[in-house]
Design a protein around this ligand. Sequence first.
Ligand SMILES: [Zn+2]
Length: 177
Amino acid sequence: MICVPNVNSIRKLILGEAHDTVYSIHPGSTRMYYDLKERFWGYGMKRVVAEYVAICDTCQRVKAEHQRPIGLLQPLKVPEWKWEEITMDFIVGLPCTQKGHNSIWVVVDRLTKVAHFIPVNTTYSGAKLAELYISRILHDSLDTKLRFSTTYHPQTDGQTERTNQILKDMFVVEPPI
Ligand SMILES: [Zn+2]
């Protein structure tokens, strides 16, 4: 074990060898500290190493390049089969029909963009909706994957929301008789 004196030039030499010569690969501070600890001891070495890595120009540039830009859309993978992946939403707050429906369940196939508008009631259970889904939509495949949309993942539901807007516009232009 080599005891490193508290002399800046000697410390810099060792830190440089361990971090940014052609034989080192700019290790992070934790990794670098554990490597050095095997052979060297110095007062406050952990902090010294962390400071050295923090101001390394190369490390900062690499870090900036690898950081993901925040706020970009994450596109969903394109489905290969009809009704393999769907998006859905409910248009609620509509006046009740004679048949007891007060909302519209909008289901859009992500591949073909075919939309189904199914009259439902807000009190319908999940089982009832599943029954409706099978009878109204599914004849070919039950392999549909649900991608639940929440306020925190609005990109999941862009398609349905757009369809809902079109539907709402239709209501305005052509009010039901
Ligand atoms: Zn570095």
